[in-house]
Design a protein around this ligand. Sequence first.
Ligand SMILES: [Zn+2]
Length: 427
Amino acid sequence: MRLEKRKKGFFDKELETLSPRQRENHLSKKLLEFVQYAFQHSQYFRKALDEKGITPADIQGLQDLEKIPLIRKDDLAARQKEAVPFGGFETIPPHKAQRIYINPGLVFQPEMGEHEIKSWAEALYGCGMRPGDIVQNTFNYHGWPVAFTLDEALQIVGITGVPTGVGNTLMQIRVMQALKVTGFIGTPSFLMTVAERAEAMGIDVKKNLALEVGFCTAEMLPEGLRQRLEEKFGMIVRQGYGTVFTGCLGYECYHKNGLHIPQDILVEVVDPHTGKPVEPGATGEVVATNFNPLFPMIRFATGDLSLLITEACPCGRTSYRLKKILGRVDQATKVRGTFIHPWQTDEVAAQFPEIFKYQVIVTRKDHTDVMTFVAEVKDETVDKRLLKGRLEKAIREMLALKGAVEVVPPGSIPDWHQKIVDRRTWE
Ligand SMILES: [Zn+2]
């Protein structure tokens, strides 16, 4: 298939090109109906609103979402120990479910809702898969919903799926050859394993395999790995992001400039402590609402940090995008209201080959957070003043925060060190 065809088109053009205002109305209407529904049918949800002293009538639009408490995965798992199997979130008795999925930690859920499956279908299309493709799905089909849901999503787009499941690399390669498989679904690390194993068998993966498009999820996709995979196979590799409880929450289009939020999933980026939305461009926790009538998740907190991009994308989709996932909430440090994460500070340091090690130290002075980036140089002879100025600029750009810079000689930072150290005391 020509690459041109994979770059263009929409899974659902009407919804994908709504104006921000139209999208807000679309989601707002769905939300009001869904809150009413969940309040009537989900024991958990009724109790959660009762405890807050609110009723569905208090939710008049997206702006009222913050009144609804967040659902944390730990809480979901704990509730399932008390109300077996689904924790009171469900709206049906277990024997009415078509399937019961089992997630790690014995966390149960009934089958996916229509919107959740559709969100993955939109993602597969968005990343370049098209009817006519033969796609090998290498996720594990046992227990958890990931492989099944992607399988159903392939069917919705009209793509032929090959459910090989996980592992058995040799068999996977034989199948790819025999069926002239054009698409791959799985983790990026497994795709790399396929390449290495095939090469060891004397197979030229670019010439002897027909792969043109890969959809990776369930794992971070570092840019360097993407490039290597794309070059090796001569294919495009795009990623999707989501959770088993909410469906897909973001996918890359051809332009790979962030993760488009699917149409019928409500995604917020919030301050994890207050549950209130943060401004577009500010880092916060990804929170999602799934519109699944069997297992309503309203404001499921993912624990992942990202930020919203509101500018239009050249692909024509008007949805907001999540910048890539920046890390986990529990690994981040909040400085003057902004999260900083080792992932980001690594990226700052990586721009400076003259830096050998670094440590970010957060302290407090006159009731204000102070962030100091301590950079240990490889070589004493560098121009410290120049480096300091360039570093300050990079920190401002990358972390959206002003930070002090200290350049220290080789050997100053211990070998085993934490990248971000919080030395604040609160009195
Ligand atoms: Zn796009």
